[in-house]
Ligand binder design. Structure first.
Ligand code: AP5
Length: 218
């Protein structure tokens, strides 16, 4: 079984996906993380994606789909549960994902829509810091690192994502409403859509997510 995390920027999708990966035999596919990694290593794909990400726009479908296909081709696929974080981002990507799933005789069993109001999301993103090595995320108020501005695991200085400034966050939200939001209806029709109140504490949201996932793991 495979799961999709949907929701606007800053709602907590990545945080919850990382917690699932730490506790269960689950693999996370975050297209945002994969794209940032491509930029970091200076790949051709990364260079093509960079400008779109800096403006808060979606990266063209063919670039993103290539990255996802590569991950799905890994030997872990089929043996473990995959959580797609931030993918698909529009109807075309969802259609392509369905085609890929059909080809490998698998399917998406659950889509979780994370919901929360915009102003709180902006506070979350403005205070977010990220480890440049492992991409683990922190918040300078809500999820502090153990030591001042250092990743708990890698011990390197945390950084702020270049797209985490208010103007770009609002643009990313606009893109979400225009392109990603219609996916709710796409998955609602398939009767695999559930909603999570993401305004609660990290632990309470995690408990809700676990309750949604556990019945599918039996
Ligand atoms: P991506 O990296 O996917 O960013 P996003 O969707 O904008 O989501 P975020 O990572 O900003 O938020 P999140 O919901 O994961 O929040 P988090 O858990 O970190 O995409 C970036 C860009 O890449 C896009 O703009 C686009 O250009 C491109 N891209 C990516 N995928 C693409 C695709 N499929 N197609 C085309 N382009 C694509 O939490 C945020 C903060 O809040 C953290 O500091 C965290 O510690 C804190 N926090 C989390 N939960 C709580 C809580 N419950 N209470 C208090 N604080 C909390």
């Amino acid at each position: 079984m495979h799961i999709i995390f949907l929701g606007p920027p800053g709602v907590g999708k990545g945080t919850q996906a990382n917690m699932l990966v730490e506790k269960y035999p689950i693999v996370k596919i975050s297209t945002g993380d994969l794209l940032r990694e491509s930029i970091k290593i200076g790949s051709n794909l990364g260079m093509q994606a960079k400008g779109f990400m800096e403006k808060g726009e979606l990266v063209p479908d063919q670039l993103v789909l290539g990255l996802v296909l590569e991950k799905i081709s890994s030997p872990e696929f089929g043996k473990k549960i995959f959580v797609f974080d931030g993918f698909p981002r529009n109807i075309q990507q969802a259609i392509e994902l369905d085609k890929i799933m059909a080809k490998v005789q698998s399917k998406i069993n659950l889509v979780i829509d994370f919901t929360m109001d915009e102003e709180e999301r902006i506070l979350r993103l403005s205070g977010r810091r990220m480890c440049p090595k492992c991409q683990r995320t922190y918040h300078m108020t809500y999820a502090k690192p153990k030591h001042d501005n250092l990743c708990d695991v890698c011990d390197v200085n945390l950084v702020q994502r270049s797209d985490d400034n208010e103007e770009i966050i609002r643009q990313r939200s606009t893109v979400y409403w225009e392109h990603t939001r219609p996916l709710l209806e796409y998955y609602n029709v398939k009767k695999i859509l559930k909603s999570a109140d993401a305004s609660r504490s990290i632990e309470n949201v995690f408990s809700d997510i676990e309750n949604m996932i556990k019945p599918l793991m039996k």
